[in-house]
Design a protein around this ligand. Structure first.
Ligand SMILES: [Zn+2]
Length: 114
């Protein structure tokens, strides 16, 4: 699988980070996110499959940014004012779905390239 560092960088792009939001991957699978003055971290289970690691990292990064911004991240292209996309592992692939219509929007890490 891609390294956690590369994986996290791709997911981070999907979330359209603001200038004061940064992410870094530390040894032992710890992901640290800074949003303005605050900082949060979570760890990734080394035994997870690539699919599980991807959607779980996406889900955690997303939750941190939603809390920091008080708005949906990433926005659903079908319902831009309604809700964020949801990160799931579907048939062995990590994807963003619209949770309202249960429709796959993009592979996680490729949201802005599809
Ligand atoms: Zn939607």
């Amino acid at each position: 699988m891609a390294s956690l560092h590369d994986l996290t960088a791709e997911i981070w792009r999907d979330l359209g980070p603001h200038a004061d939001e940064t992410v870094s991957v530390e040894p032992a699978g710890v992901v640290r996110v800074r949003t303005g003055p605050s900082s949060e971290e979570f760890s990734v289970d080394a035994d997870d499959s690539a699919t599980d690691a991807t959607w779980k990292v996406a889900d955690q990064l997303q939750a941190i940014l939603i809390e920091a911004r008080h708005q949906p991240v990433p926005t659903c292209p079908r319902h831009p004012r309604g809700h964020p996309l949801r990160a799931v592992g579907s048939d062995g692939s990590p994807v963003w779905i619209c949770p309202e219509d249960d429709v796959t929007i993009a592979t996680i890490g490729r949201l802005h390239t599809t």
